[in-house]
Design a protein around this ligand. Structure first.
Ligand code: KG4
Ligand code: ZN
Length: 337
């Protein structure tokens, strides 16, 4: 079964053709990241405009790279939530038009479910497993009990891990996205140079809170500048990255041990982080847990992961009509459209 996946939830316009949820036939990504870098973050209006310009060409390219035409496709899968509403609407509108005109089923896909599905593209992992989903907008620990069956075990109370890295990177004067810059510069610094809090939430052992950490790094920078002390950016980045990663891995470890999961799946843009990957390896080895990490090229937003999840949604009977709307917010465990 061939699924065309379309993604436009943030700044990547992407499309891909995937066979049976596992084999990538094509994967095309156009990004407006370079333009957003000028502003230090994603500008929604610019993202929407670039999606509208790129989407037709990106989808045509994905079909031709896969050596097929729209008639060869079994279903059109599209990210419909969560994300930037104007950006999502471009993908959803395009997918609706394409599905209706070609007479193909339309399958709505939740963005975080598709990040998890990125692992299906390069490994044979199957549910049940525990997943750490860490992106620019979300930080979740999710029990994935089936391909379309999720339970949130822990989540962030404020900022997402990616957001906390991006905002700290910006305060340190590093290029956007801060998560990528901090990952790059950290090996040059001493991760024990600064100490940061590891916030815990009473009664919610698997939940995260990153806003205090972010404030703490910003205060460190302001205090140093008021006193005329020069900050070593690599030391600060390394120490901050260590704190964020320790918060993530500590809670993930507690959840995996308590719920007795023997498989852990990393997902989302932040799962590209080298320290997170290394520390998860160590933690999983300690508990004889098998760790799955998405290939780096599938960590960020892409159409292949949408097609992969779309396949499993399609098999479980999920279909949308041409009235499908896009939603900025939607929980991973109970989709509604
Ligand atoms: O999943 P994603 O591409 O988009 C969303 O769905 O949000 O995630 C983007 C986030 C950004 O916050 C970015 O800084 C972060 O992923 N990110 C990283 C790395 N690569 C991307 N964070 C830490 N280390 C990385 N290597
Ligand atoms: Zn994403």
């Amino acid at each position: 079964m061939l699924i065309l996946g379309i993604e436009s939830s943030c700044d990547e316009t992407a499309a891909a053709v995937v066979e049976n949820g596992r084999t990538v036939k094509s994967n095309v990504i156009a990004s407006s990241l370079e333009e957003h870098k000028l502003y230090g973050g994603v500008v929604p209006e610019i993202a929407s405009r670039r999606h509208a310009e790129a989407i037709s060409g990106v989808v045509s390219q994905a079909l031709s790279d896969a050596g097929c035409e729209i008639q060869d496709i079994d279903a059109v899968a599209v990210t419909f939530a969560p994300g930037l509403i104007g950006a999502l609407l471009v993908g959803v509108s395009f997918a609706k038009g394409l599905a209706v005109s070609a007479g193909k089923p339309l399958v709505p896909v939740h963005h975080l479910r598709s990040h998890i599905a990125a692992n299906y593209l390069t490994s044979d992992v199957e549910p049940p497993f525990l997943s750490l989903v860490v992106s620019g907008g979300h930080s979740h620990i999710v029990a994935v009990n089936g391909y379309t069956d999720y339970k949130i075990i822990g989540k962030t109370r404020d900022d997402a891990a990616g957001e906390a890295l991006d905002k700290a990177g910006r305060a340190m004067g590093l290029p956007y996205p801060g998560g990528v810059s901090i990952d790059k510069i950290s090996p040059l610094g001493n991760a024990d140079a600064y100490s940061f809090p590891h916030p815990k939430i009473d009664g919610a052992p698997y939940d995260f809170s990153f806003s205090g950490l972010k404030t703490s790094v910003i205060n460190t920078i302001h205090n140093a500048s008021q006193k005329g002390i020069k900050i070593n950016t690599a030391d600060l980045a390394a120490s901050y990255q260590k704190a964020v990663v320790e918060c993530l891995v500590d809670n993930l470890e507690k959840a995996a041990v308590n719920y007795r999961y023997k498989k852990i799946v990393l997902a989302g843009g932040v799962s590209a982080n080298s320290l997170l990957r290394a520390n998860c390896e160590k933690m999983c080895r300690k508990h004889s847990i098998k760790l799955y990490k998405p290939q780096l090229k599938y960590c960020g937003d892409n159409g292949a992961m949408v097609a992969a999840q779309g396949y499993y949604e399609f098999k479980s009977g999920v279909r949308a009509s041409s009235n499908l709307n896009a939603y900025a917010n939607m929980p991973i465990d109970s989709i509604n459209f």
